[in-house]
Design a protein around this ligand. Structure first.
Ligand code: THU
Length: 136
């Protein structure tokens, strides 16, 4: 797990990223801040589409930015939505985490105003997952 100060910093960056959300269909804005093992933070937001299926979640937009930059080792992600409940990563985003992250990867979720923050690990939110090791 990461310390509280780093957690709060990531949540702040996730909230900043949420302001970039393009979500005219769901009106549910999400921001993410992904911390690499080198200490760099990649931000992402959800980007929706009139055709719906091309929509990408905030978490994946952050991961894909990092992976494009050649970074593949991650420590934590903070996710903040615009709803009353903490914004938990969807199943597809969890599967992307399973591809690149260890079980102790920290997943910090927050509701809209930060009054409810939950810190868990990938092992906790996605036990018994299928991943790269299964194809060795
Ligand atoms: N969304 C995310 O950005 N992350 C998640 O893990 C769950 C869902 C977005 C996708 C879509 O733009 C909106 O939230 C409603 O599903």
């Amino acid at each position: 797990m990461i310390d509280l100060e780093k957690q709060n910093e990531l949540l702040k960056l996730a909230a900043e990223a949420r302001d970039r959300s393009y979500s005219p269909y769901s009106h549910y804005a999400v921001g993410a801040a992904l911390l690499t093992k080198d200490g760099v933070v990649y931000q992402g937001c959800n980007i929706e589409n009139a055709s719906y299926t091309p929509t990408v979640c905030a978490e994946r937009s952050a991961f894909f930015k990092a992976i494009f930059d050649g970074v593949r080792e991650f420590t934590a992600i903070a996710v903040i939505g615009s709803g009353e409940s903490p914004a938990y990563p969807c199943g597809v985003c969890r599967q992307v985490m399973a591809e690149f992250c260890d079980g102790d990867f920290a997943v910090i979720t927050s509701n809209c105003d930060g009054s409810c923050v939950i810190a868990e690990t990938l092992d906790q939110i996605m036990p018994h997952r299928f991943g790269p090791k299964d194809l060795l």
